[in-house]
Write a protein that binds this ligand. Structure first.
Ligand code: AMP
Length: 415
């Protein structure tokens, strides 16, 4: 199948040619004709499936074809995203795909001064990519009106809810025109997302690019059982052993991220951090440097790393397992993208067995265990079984040694 057969106009086809996009991905094959036909769409698609082009290309075409110019302080299409990084990234894609089309676009997000965004909105914006909180702020300050909005895209809708944006989203939905096209993209479909889709979408075309809550099959996944205190050491060991040219590593907390980066620096390994405590310019710089291949290891928390589009990433390492099982799916989605193969490795300690079981239940697959010589944990990670169970081995009764009295655990504690 070709992009031309999906009904895209010549200008957009020429751009795709320069980008060497020859064949539409599964999401694109389904989404492009549906969006061009003005239909609402509900798509289960994670990052790496080509979803951004899937909604952006037909959206741009509709804007180009529709008559009329955008008024000042108005927007014609809104793309809502959960994080600043994703706003930048989606906006970058919009700019790339809109080459040669006379459309204005803008990314608006919090954590940076609102004034330049207000200034840019004065001319009117065709495609506004925004995080919900900042968009509401801009609306409250009359910097943007929504009466010309024809299309609303909710990108990574599940993540927006996870990050607690549901109130802001409801406030936005209340002030958006009722007559509009709505496209909802989500990696996972929890009950709250389905409820939101039922409220917002009219007879949507349903697209499922990958089965619900599954991880990309091109990604080789395995885990290494290890004691918590030896995770950083094991990470550095695996980095050497596998000679991954680049790795995106995830830690649970900001402190954990900084500590790991500190250790990597001490070992003279190029590493950078990306987490919520870092100012926005520093986060973007870290991402840019990583994308440019100047940094070998990027260590991130989930919030900061959501949706990052990094090409050819060979490995993702979960130094800590995510608290929310769905994040495992998002994290592993950072590798094995656009048909490339990748590895997702999790360093799992005994405390994390419940998170592991929840991930295995969600994805419907057991993650292969690979013991690493020299790193066998003192605290055994209990076995897990299909269906999210934790297999508890019965405690072996202590064998009396010689004439020594049998000392029960309880007694020893009290002594
Ligand atoms: P996304 O899932 O939208 O984050 O896109 C994942 C990556 O695939 C991005 O780097 C895109 O540039 C790339 N991509 C999207 N569509 C295609 C295509 N049809 N052919 C080749 N690469 C693509």
């Amino acid at each position: 199948m070709s992009f031309a057969s999906l009904g895209l106009i010549d200008q957009i086809l020429a751009t795709l040619d320069t980008l060497a996009y020859h064949t539409p991905t599964a999401v694109q094959q389904q989404a492009i004709p549906a969006v061009l036909a003005g239909k609402d769409v509900m798509a289960a698609a994670q990052t790496g499936t080509g979803k951004t082009a899937g909604f952006t290309l037909p959206l741009l075409q509709r804007l180009v074809k529709s008559s009329g110019k955008v008024s000042s302080n108005a927007a014609r299409a809104l793309i809502l995203v959960p994080t600043r990084e994703l706003a930048e990234q989606v906006h970058e894609s919009v700019r790339t795909y809109a080459q040669g089309l006379e459309l204005r676009s803008l990314a608006a997000y919090g954590g940076v001064s609102i004034n330049p965004q207000m200034m840019a909105l004065r001319k009117g914006i065709d495609v506004l990519v925004a995080t919900p909180g900042r968009l509401l702020d801009l609306h409250r300050q009359n910097a943007v009106r929504f009466n010309e909005v024809k299309v609303l895209v909710l990108d990574e809708a599940d993540r927006m809810l996870d990050l607690g944006f549901s109130k802001e989203l409801d406030q936005l939905f209340a002030v958006l025109p009722k007559k509009r096209q709505t496209l909802l993209f989500s990696a996972t479909f929890s009950d709250p997302i389905r409820a939101m889709a039922n409220r917002l979408l009219r007879e949507p075309v349903r697209i499922e690019a990958t089965p619900r809550n599954t991880t990309a099959s091109a990604v080789k996944q395995w885990l290494v059982p290890v004691d918590k205190k030896r995770k950083a050491e094991l990470f550095i060991h695996l980095l050497k052993q596998h000679a991954w040219p680049q790795v995106l590593a995830f830690a649970k907390t900001r402190k954990g991220v900084d500590e790991l980066v500190g250790l990597l620096h001490a070992k003279r390994i190029d590493a950078d951090a990306i987490h919520g405590d870092k100012p926005q310019p520093a986060r973007l710089r870290a991402l840019e440097r990583f994308k440019a291949g100047e940094v070998r290891v990027l260590v991130a928390t989930d919030v900061a790393a959501r949706g990052l589009d990094i090409d050819d990433l060979p490995a993702v390492v979960n130094v800590d397992l995510p608290i929310v099982a769905e994040d495992y799916v998002h994290r592993t989605g950072r590798t094995g993208r656009a048909g490339a193969s990748g590895e997702a490795v999790s360093l799992v300690c005994a405390d994390e067995v419940e998170q592991l079981a929840a991930i295995e239940l969600l994805t419907g697959q057991l993650i292969r265990r690979v013991e690493e010589a020299g790193f066998a944990p003192d605290h055994r990670v209990p076995e897990t079984a299909a269906g999210g169970q934790i297999v508890k081995k019965p405690k072996k009764p202590k064998k009396p040694k010689g004439d020594a009295p049998v000392v029960s655990e309880d007694v020893r504690f009290r002594r």
